[in-house]
Design a binder for this molecule. Sequence first.
Ligand code: FES
Length: 349
Amino acid sequence: MSEELLPGTTPEGGQVATVVEDPLGDPGLPPHEHRPTDVDPRAERRAERQISLLFVLSMLATIAFIAVYVGVPKDRIEYVFPLGDVGLQNLLLGVTLGLALFFIGAGAVHWARTLMADEELVDERHPAAADEETRAATIAAFQVGAKESGMGRRGLLRNTLIGAVALVPLSGVVLLRDLGPLPERKLRSTVWEPGKLIISENTNEPIRPEDIIRGSLVFGKPEGIDGTEEHPNHERLNELAKASILLVRLSPEEIKSRQELEWSHEGIVAFSKICTHVGCPVGLYEQQTHHLLCPCHQSTFDLSDDGRVIFGPASRSLPQLRIQVNSEGYLEAAQDFAEPVGPSFWERG
Ligand code: FES
């Protein structure tokens, strides 16, 4: 570590010599160690073979990608632990493409670390410190300024100035409140709960299973969500929008998913009415195919198969509401939705 004398000025105008350590002194380099591939031709050939193998594996993964695209049906669903039911083609395309890119990356890194030139180069750095004359002039100017401002003598002024400057950023912190209250779990849950009656949006009456006939689409909402104390008006619209559902009747044999069948009642299934793309109400039902179309961007959901997306920009299924019948014969919720309804806000980071 190099040292040098820095001349300064005392408050009385005299000269003082200050010892300053150069904080950017040259620490030097450790001795260079050669890699095995630099000194051993056999290690070099071995590394070359390993790298080539990685690139060959990438080629095989790309060929597998094409084979999956051509050979695996788009609509084939398989159970894969721990993902559950997934589209087999999408899964395999993702895995093979990921492997192809991974092997190229791994080969490139291996190549760079073992075979590319391993020279240590010195890039001289310019001295970062100002020359002695400039430093002395700066210190002198600072000391004159400090003396003229009276910062040293006027402790009260100095301390209150420090306090004022330290508190100013608090204004910005307080303004963060304008962003509104934290959503907490509001985006992840709705007012549906076990035993909550399903009310028809048309008749405002509770719904019996026999009210839902094949081919018709019935819109429902939870009981007790009409601007009462519990749900004042500004909250009501939000809660109503999140909890809105649609009910259709299928034959139990037409339902392809075991969970959907268990969550239905005699083939009557209830799904969220809010599109999982950007939240439009879905409502165009094709009774022959049991497809439900969102009018905004044409996302299409299969109501006989967990509300799965079969077309369009939506990226996840319509959430299903588990329903049952109470002792008086009316349809009610068996639980809240098992996942958030509406657009997939948590996937946007
Ligand atoms: S909001 Fe439904 S497809 Fe876009």
